[in-house]
Design a protein around this ligand. Structure first.
Ligand code: SF4
Length: 280
């Protein structure tokens, strides 16, 4: 008799780079609507543990499905569609996270909710982060800020750290890169500054697309003026998501773009440091 296969953990994804499609295809539209309104169920792309690059310490990361932006360099375009996420009840997600609570504390880490864009499922995000915080787990959200007006001040209180993606500077540049306005992102940045809530800014450096020092200098000035930004993370562009665009039949326009050289990364960090920011 063969050994019984252990039940698969619906939260455990192998990697956020894994291509995921149509995992919620069988869920009726009314159930999706109800889930979004109540936050009692979320649509997850994957769940990883042991991350050291998504906030302080060692972290568990939940990658949600759904995003309204279309960043030209997005390495997870399969997260754009909410229905590509696996339906997971809030109860199940909290239970799973609870298993890691002690380890995460010992490793001075916590839980980061990322995506996609987690605020596409703002009720689920709030409930999950609130539950994590109630367990004594440090909470972080990685967001582009576009839907942040959905969060009340009390809900923002449940988030210890905001990893805010600022993709470029200037309305036109931002529209060309992401398809959406920059203003809601800046509005969240200002709101968090008034609240003195810790922020790490995340910026993807693409040579020939986002590396113009003339564009970056005013962006650095804005970020430094906020007063609550603990660090700016300059994330080197890579081509690891290209195959997903191809598999999804999407028009990928960055085929000929190179990864940034160490010198370019250093000089870009220098633009932020010149404003007194910590840039890494
Ligand atoms: S905001 Fe993030 S998930 Fe959305 S398109 Fe841009 S890089 Fe992709």
């Amino acid at each position: 008799m063969s050994a019984e296969k252990p039940a698969a953990n619906p939260l455990e994804g192998k990697s956020p780079f894994e291509l995921r499609l149509d995992q919620s295809a069988g869920v009726p539209e009314s159930a999706v609507k109800q889930a979004l309104e109540s936050g009692d169920m979320g649509f997850m792309h994957s769940f990883t543990t042991g991350s050291t690059v998504d906030g302080p310490g060692v972290r568990a990361v939940g990658w949600t499905a759904g995003c309204l932006w279309r960043c030209l360099y997005c390495h997870n375009p399969d997260t754009w569609n909410l229905m590509n996420g696996m339906p997971v009840t809030l109860e199940r997600a909290v239970e799973e996270l609870g298993k890691y609570r002690h380890g995460l504390k010992v490793m001075q880490g916590g839980f980061t909710l990322s995506g996609g864009e987690p605020l596409m499922q703002d009720r689920f995000a709030v409930k999950l982060l609130t539950a994590a915080k109630a367990m004594g787990i440090h909470t972080a959200i990685e967001t582009n800020g576009y839907l942040s007006e959905r969060l009340s001040d009390e809900e923002l209180d449940q988030i210890d750290l905001v990893l805010l993606g600022i993709k470029t500077w200037g309305s036109e540049n931002h529209r060309n890169l992401t398809g959406k306005d920059i203003e809601p992102t800046l509005e969240l940045a200002r709101r968090l500054a008034v609240r003195k809530q810790p922020v790490w800014v995340r910026f993807v450096l693409v040579p020939g697309l986002t590396d113009d020092p003339q564009t970056l200098a005013p962006m650095a000035k804005f970020i430094a003026g906020l007063g609550n930004v603990e660090r700016v993370e300059v994330l080197p562009f890579h081509q690891m998501g290209r195959f997903k665009w191809q598999k999804l039949g999407l028009d990928y326009t960055l085929d000929d773009f190179k990864v940034p050289s160490p010198d370019l990364i250093e000089s870009t960090c220098g633009i932020f440091r010149a404003e007194g920011l910590k840039a890494v």
